[in-house]
Design a protein around this ligand. Structure first.
Ligand SMILES: *[C@@H]1O[C@H](CO)[C@@H](O)[C@H](O)[C@H]1NC(C)=O
Ligand SMILES: *[C@@H]1O[C@H](CO)[C@@H](O)[C@H](O)[C@H]1NC(C)=O
Ligand SMILES: *[C@@H]1O[C@H](CO)[C@@H](O)[C@H](O)[C@H]1NC(C)=O
Ligand SMILES: *[C@@H]1O[C@H](CO)[C@@H](O)[C@H](O)[C@H]1NC(C)=O
Ligand SMILES: *[C@@H]1O[C@H](CO)[C@@H](O)[C@H](O)[C@H]1NC(C)=O
Ligand SMILES: *[C@@H]1O[C@H](CO)[C@@H](O)[C@H](O)[C@H]1NC(C)=O
Ligand SMILES: [Cu+2]
Length: 357
């Protein structure tokens, strides 16, 4: 049953760039027909299959950008996150990940013939019960929990995928691993999101959102998803961060248009004083009061968090001070065009063109 579904997925998977379908736009670039981003659990079996096929397709398209360790298009997206993780988990965090989700949506549509929008994981629905989520379904989802001791996933469409990046900054073949923990997934609960919605300023909302609502999804799945540097190696990453983008957008909508320009926070990794253990000097972003990986039997080795010698120091462009600004450039390393934070504050045009339904 599983085998035949997987064979079908592979057999129907598209590799054609001839099937290009770009984001609908008018001639002047206005956003008229918005892509409708929906929750994974509302997808039909056919829709789920189409999305999974598109990711499998990205994993087969050869890498062309020369990013270290990458062998395919899926890993090129992952590399954007891996090499820049020290400058994308500060004030730019929500905007950078918003653009990264857009990049993934563009690639599956333009290069893999996917005609839908990027789905999200409605994590509140599954908080405390990730193990039973539709997302982790071994047949219609992304495969289930990993198998100990290494936690490598052994079922689902990505079971045998060998990821070239990670853990951390390391390069070399490794599996997608998971240590699903229902208790940790309680951090994805509604009440933590509501707490963040009480925050009036971006500089207060961003660290709040990056803590429990963000870390609940990473920690509840565990393994590669809990890797602050290489987590986009698990395809679930894109459903998780699209969910967080929805949470962020809904906060923006509470006070538009003011929240289309409200930005701040340090340009480098680290929470401001008062949030978590950080005093602004750059603690790992994956802490919620317990030790990193306290919810799981596996966390990337500490050596893998040391920026390697081959990686040039990461310096934010377009943002001279140490406070994140609207002119801060979000570098997509050639996978898609770079954008400034100002360009991605609004999901309804002109650059981005989608809505959450
Ligand atoms: C977890 O989800 C499953 C499937 O939806 C459901 O049957 C079960 O009651 C849920 N358990 C809890 C504790 O919510
Ligand atoms: C993974 O490999 C195993 C063993 O060769 C095989 O049974 C299974 O069908 C493969 N799964 C996928 C998704 O390719
Ligand atoms: C910041 O906090 C860390 C421990 O959380 C501590 O080691 C460090 O000295 C602090 N730095 C400053 C500048 O207070
Ligand atoms: C889940 O995480 C909790 C809290 O960190 C921990 O006490 C528990 O042992 C974990 N359970 C599993 C199955 O890993
Ligand atoms: C790629 O990474 C390897 C280590 O895995 C390193 O030796 C090599 O110099 C790097 N290449 C480039 C072009 O950065
Ligand atoms: C940011 O830069 C200003 C001016 O150079 C400096 O006074 C301040 O301490 C810096 N803040 C942080 C958190 O590094
Ligand atoms: Cu994340």
């Amino acid at each position: 049953m599983l085998f035949s579904l997987v064979s079908l997925l592979l057999a129907t998977s598209s590799t054609g760039s001839t099937l290009a379908v770009s984001t609908p736009r008018t001639a002047n670039g206005a956003c008229t027909t918005k892509l409708q981003r929906r929750a994974w659990h509302t997808f039909s079996v056919e829709e789920k299959k189409a999305y999974v096929n598109a990711d499998l397709c990205l994993m087969k398209l050869p890498a062309t950008l020369g990013l270290n360790g990458t062998k395919n298009r899926f890993e090129e997206l992952q590399a954007i996150h891996q090499v820049q993780s020290s400058i994308t988990h500060g004030g730019a965090f929500l905007l950078y990940h918003r653009l990264l989700m857009h990049a993934h949506e563009q690639l599956i549509r333009n290069e893999c013939g996917y005609t839908g929008a990027q789905p999200y994981w409605d994590e509140v629905r599954d908080a405390g019960n990730f193990s039973q989520s539709d997302v982790l379904d071994p047949v219609t989802g992304f495969g289930g929990n990993g198998v100990r001791p290494n936690g490598c996933i052994a079922d689902g469409p990505f079971a045998n995928y060998t990821n070239g990046l990670g853990p951390g900054y390391f390069l070399g073949d490794n599996c997608i691993n998971r240590f699903v923990n229902d208790t940790t997934s309680l951090f994805a609960s509604r009440r933590y999101i509501d707490e963040c919605y009480e925050k009036k300023k971006f500089v207060e909302f961003w660290p709040c959102a990056e803590m429990n609502p963000h870390n609940g999804g990473h920690g509840g799945v565990g393994g590669k998803m809990l890797d602050p540097i290489s987590s986009p190696g698990d395809p679930i990453f894109y459903l998780h961060h699209t969910w967080l983008d929805k949470v962020f957008w809904e906060w923006q909508v509470l006070d538009l248009p003011a929240r289309l320009t409200d930005i701040g926070g340090r340009t480098i990794q680290g929470f401001p004083p008062g949030f978590g253990p950080g005093n602004g000097t750059g603690p790992p972003p994956f802490e919620w009061g317990g030790p990193p990986g306290g919810s799981s039997a596996w966390f990337p080795p500490p050596e893998s968090f040391i920026p390697p010698a081959w990686l040039p120091p990461q310096i934010p462009q377009g943002n001279p001070g140490n406070e994140t600004t609207l002119t801060h450039v979000l570098n997509m390393l050639g996978v898609i065009e770079n954008a400034r934070i100002a360009d991605v504050m609004d999901i309804g045009g002109p650059l981005l063109c989608y809505e959450y339904v």
